[in-house]
Ligand binder design. Structure first.
Ligand code: NAD
Length: 476
């Protein structure tokens, strides 16, 4: 497939290509241009040229185009979902969910097209002021490989509705569905240059986009280390930056929780998308009273999960999206095993058998009694491995939950409103779920504290973050 610059499907300036691999089979699925700085410059130039006309449309006109695009994405959910499974690995039903999620986001922003508003400030004899919001200009979006379609929606929806133009860089592993959705947006009426997609490596295309002096904002989702690099690269530029980075979400299960519901919450919260979710349950804390019964049920459910090619209907967990990702997860578990940092209850290795030979599969793994401060709980585990710990009371649970450098999400499972109040006030995170984990509908702001990032995506907050205020002072 080609990339999309100025509404046209083009190859890289130097005509080099890179492979896209199916992580379930290691087969080459296709090729995309290995873009360069020259391609980024061309995309930014096109976005700058398109900005004047796009930003002068009414918000309702832009919203209608997003609404139409959402309909087209939804109509094509089967084919887009299949494409996503092929390049990313996730089970087909999760891929279809994600495609629908992207449509929901575009539709949500279309639905609030009437909302962006400024304010009037009356200053008595000193005059009156009118404060309006204006788009930033050309924005850059850099997305990871774990939820490429959803995260594309998080960035495209608010950026375009607010009147900006965008240059988007997909992750090298998962560019195909993104390119198809970008083509759908074009067919829905997004004019040439308003949305450009440049494929290629992070160090070349990503870095060129971040450093480009005409790019007014970078919205990045990915690894903490890359986030730090982006801050360094922009240290001498006054760019707006949103960083959605890693997480190590705690899930706290109190003694009064609905155990069956919480077990299902932990299964979905940890193993959805093979555990490759920023807000996955990455540390499970169980009240001592319920820990034995809970762990027994959790182990039985985990062992019943079916690992396989995401295209097969029986598959609950697909492959890791990359070979290096598989190696990283295996090494994290191996290190914990060697250092005797916990007891492996199930999994803890790759899968035997011919059908798993060529894919990047890892068994769903539970590790019990993980000691505080050890690597499985201090580092982010971006795969199907769940450390399980116990606590005697709420004070201890809150203390454990906060013993992290991250702060993306957290959940508490309880029927007690007093417990909810304390967890909400005392656990440091961007979102606290009660009796659920993971859900991020388009309406709610999402983002982290501490190492998990800066800024918010989703909801009205994201729309505001793609605009700035401008004031007219009338000194009558
Ligand atoms: P990554 O940082 O390696 O890559 C993310 C994107 O950045 C890719 O498109 C990549 O090509 C690009 N990139 C790499 N180096 C770059 C550079 N020097 N300059 C500019 N761009 C560069 O991250 P990943 O491995 O793709 O994603 C996994 C991480 O993302 C995990 O830590 C996960 O928790 C996090 N994540 C966070 C959220 C969130 O919303 N907070 C959501 C999903 C994933």
């Amino acid at each position: 497939m080609h990339m999309l610059i100025d509404g046209k499907e083009v190859a890289a300036a130097n005509e080099t290509w890179m492979d896209v691999i199916n992580p379930a089979t290691s087969e080459v699925l296709g090729h995309v241009p290995a873009g360069t700085k020259t391609d980024v410059d061309a995309a930014v130039e096109s976005a700058e040229a398109a900005f004047g006309t796009w930003s002068k449309k009414t918000t309702r006109e832009r919203g209608l185009i997003l609404y139409h695009a959402a309909e087209l994405v939804r109509q094509n959910h089967q084919a887009l979902g299949r494409q996503l499974t092929l390049e990313q690995g996730k089970p087909i039903r999760e891929a279809i969910d994600e495609v629908r999620g992207c449509a929901n986001i575009l539709e949500y922003y279309a639905s609030i097209a009437g909302k962006p508003a400024g304010e009037a400030i009356q200053l008595g004899n000193a005059g009156d002021c009118m404060v309006t919001r204006e788009p930033l200009g050309v924005c850059g979006a850099i997305i990871p490989w774990n939820m490429p379609v959803l995260i594309m929606g998080w960035k495209v929806g608010p950026a375009l509705l607010a009147g900006n133009t965008l240059v988007l860089k997909p992750a090298s592993r998962t560019p195909l569905t993104t390119l198809k959705i970008a083509a759908i947006l074009r067919d829905a009426g997004v004019p040439p240059g308003v949305l450009n997609v440049v494929t290629g490596a992070g160090e070349t295309v990503g870095a060129a986009l971040v450093k480009h002096p005409s790019v007014q904002k970078i919205s990045f989702t990915g690894d903490c280390a890359t986030g730090h690099q982006i801050r360094e690269m922009t240290a001498h530029q006054n760019k707006e930056i949103t960083l959605e980075l890693g997480g190590s979400d705690p899930m706290i299960v109190m003694a009064d929780a609905d155990i069956d519901r919480a077990v299902e919450g932990a299964i979905r919260g940890r193993f959805y998308n093979a555990g490759q979710v920023c807000t996955a349950v990455k540390r499970l804390y169980l009240h001592e009273k319920i820990a034995p019964a809970f762990t027994k049920k959790l182990k039985a459910r985990t062992e019943a999960l079916h690992v396989g090619d995401g295209l097969l209907p029986a598959t609950d967990i697909g492959p890791m999206t990359g070979k290096d990702q598989l190696a990283r997860i295996a090494a994290q578990v191996e290190e914990a095993r060697e250092r005797e940092e916990g007891t492996i209850l199930c999994g803890g290795c790759t899968l035997p058998g011919k059908e798993y030979e060529r894919g990047f599969f890892y068994q769903p793994t539970l590790v019990a009694d993980v000691a505080p401060g050890t690597s499985l709980v201090t580092n982010e585990i971006f795969g199907p491995v769940l450390p399980v710990m116990t606590f005697p009371d709420l004070d201890a649970a809150i203390g454990d939950a906060n013993r992290t450098r991250y702060g993306l999400g957290a959940s508490v499972w309880t029927k007690d409103i007093g417990t909810v109040k304390r967890v909400y006030r005392e656990v440091r995170a961007g979102i606290i779920w009660v009796n659920r984990h993971l859900a991020l509908p388009p309406e709610i702001p999402f983002g982290g504290v501490n190492e998990s990032g800066i800024g918010r995506e989703n909801g009205y907050n994201a729309l505001e973050s793609y605009s700035r205020t401008k004031t007219l002072y009338l000194g009558w």
